[in-house]
Design a protein around this ligand. Structure first.
Ligand code: UTP
Length: 297
């Protein structure tokens, strides 16, 4: 089995109901943390991990996403004419090499597993990554790179994991641990959104995966699992039932759930404070706000 991962699927076909009314016309992945859309953080992370082919599973109304990765000749000319070279450089990161990016439609939002399955013909017979752009991870070494490096040693399937409080397990796929080796966990089962009393651990799967093509075959067979949607975790768990390795990596970094309003606001504050050009003014504003809040209580 080849241990190099060069293809990544970005499932972006969800309805984004938690951000309505904004997501009525703006894809969630185009919403910005400071001045970059969520999808740019995901693409940069994938590039750092050596991904060369980027497969987007989209849906109706996601045209802005395709435009974002296209060239913008008028804008580029205007920036060139006015000597704004730094901005031109910044725009280069948004351009994708011809043929490096593909868009597949998921015609109905039948779940994450179904979205990944929609890309099966472009994956063919090699391992691939899945990145959920609404999980934004701030890390010294990008999370997917941590995973591809670990995967080069282990093979099998790999998910990214983090500990969550017991009252949050019902929002995640939760791991049943076979062996805890510190950074790396060997997995013997996965349960999608268990109640806190049924959860086998408090290790949650978050939006980064490296999967073998067999998972796509499993998705072929899976009918509708928990919540009426085709669950990706069910297809990964099936690998375990067939006696194949599934690992989870406790990545180093901070994950923000930008699919939720509170997580998005937290990420905005964290990324705002991490920017040299904004830090001082923004920190001062936040300090004043906190003081005002305290005084009002
Ligand atoms: P979410 O569970 O966050 O769903 O999907 P959502 O539709 O994006 O947002 P809410 O819950 O309605 O606010 C997790 C990821 O899986 C993708 C989403 O685009 C997101 O990246 N997804 C989900 C699909 O591509 N297709 C689906 O049918 C479901």
């Amino acid at each position: 089995m080849k241990r190099k991962v060069t293809k990544a699927i970005f499932p972006v076909a969800g309805l984004g109901t938690r951000f309505l009314p904004a997501t009525k016309s703006v894809p969630k992945e185009i919403m910005t943390l400071v001045d970059r859309p969520l999808i740019q953080y995901a693409i940069d992370e994938a590039r750092a991990a050596g991904i060369k082919e980027f497969i987007f599973v989209t849906s109706r109304g996601k045209g802005a996403l395709e435009d974002y990765f296209d060239t913008a000749p008028e804008l580029e000319n205007a920036l060139r004419r006015s000597g704004k070279t730094a901005l031109l450089e910044e725009l280069k990161n948004t351009n994708m090499e011809s043929g490096a990016i593909a868009y597949i439609r998921q015609h109905r939002p039948l779940g994450l597993g179904h979205a990944v399955w929609c890309a099966r013909r472009l994956i063919a017979n090699e391992p691939f990554a899945v990145i959920l752009p609404d999980d934004v991870i701030a890390a010294e070494k990008p999370c997917l790179q941590q995973m591809t490096e670990a995967y080069a040693e282990t093979g099998g399937c790999m998910v990214a994991t983090m500990e969550v409080p017991p009252d949050r397990v019902s929002a995640y796929g939760i791991l049943d641990v076979r062996e805890d080796m510190g950074n790396m966990v060997s997995v013997q089962g996965m349960v999608e959104k268990p109640s806190s009393k049924d959860a086998p651990s408090n290790l949650a799967v978050i939006g980064r995966y490296i999967l073998t093509p067999r998972v796509l075959q499993n998705l072929n067979r899976i009918k509708q699992g928990s919540g009426g949607e085709v669950q990706l975790t069910d297809a990964i768990a099936e690998e375990i039932h067939h006696g194949r390795d599934v690992f989870a990596l406790r990545f180093r970094g901070q994950r923000f759930d930008c699919g939720s309003k509170a997580g998005f606001l937290q990420a905005t504050v964290a990324f705002g404070l991490s920017r040299e050009d904004l830090r001082d003014e923004f920190a001062q504003y936040l300090t004043e706000m906190v003081a005002l809040q305290k005084a009002a209580q």
